[in-house]
Ligand binder design. Sequence first.
Ligand code: URA
Length: 301
Amino acid sequence: MNDGLNAVYEELKRLRLEGMDRVFINDNTLEQLQPCANQSTTTASVAPAIDLQTAVNSGRVPSPPSPKAAPGKKSTPIDAPLPEPPIIEIPDGDAALRMQWLKEQIEASPVCQEQLRQNDKLVFGSGSINADIFYCGDAPGEEEADNGIPFQGKAGELLTKILSAMGLKRESVYMTNILKWRPKHNKPYGNRPPTQKEMNYCLPYLKAQIEIVQPKVIIGLGNATVPGLLGPAPERTMSEIRGTWQSFMGTPVIFTFQPSYLLFNDTMKTKRMAWEDMLKAMEKIGLPISEKQQAYFLPKQ
Ligand code: URA
């Protein structure tokens, strides 16, 4: 390994010890990693706990092997066939009962259960069923699957901080993911983004959640949420549509960066871009915006 790569490896190891499981990888780092990405045997002997190829492909850094994971044991291939998406007809009733009914449907679904690793939990969603803002990530990661709650760990803490800067609490918004399980892959550790097939399968559940909450705005967090909600289209990428209003089920939706991306790409420019998306959402739902809030992450005069 050359010095640059060694430095990347050491840094990833350090971050992992701090509990990070996703990182932003810039283009230079990517270029440095490319030559070693296929040298799995060499890499494995030096760095058994870091799957660089997964990190490169997904922009997420694998988290450490957990005792429950069986190193070397293959899990279900990522393209395991899924049946047609379920048809969900939510019964009448109050929102809490309807949401509880939906949660029970997902928990009772053999298809969803089959996607879980041993000890993983399904991650349904959390927060207020009367929320104006509906945060939607792509899929749970390891910490989420451990707890059964979306947006945990450092990324979750950052999202809570962002909410606090907006004058909101976690409990006052609704949070979920398109996928209700942590995507399986062939490695004993790490996270991967969901496939379109997986997201399509879970979409009826997400739609039902939106129908119950009836938020005023949806905020899609992360690249995969764009094709996940709007359908795949080559020209419809996060960089193309970030910060613009789109529509999903007749509800305004804005797409922005994942909190984990912001943790590692923490330039003022990126923070400001993400913050402006939050300001747009606040404006859309009629939340007051102070001058101080307006100016967060702007260069000092
Ligand atoms: N945590 C989640 O629950 N979803 C994401 O998309 C990212 C982190």
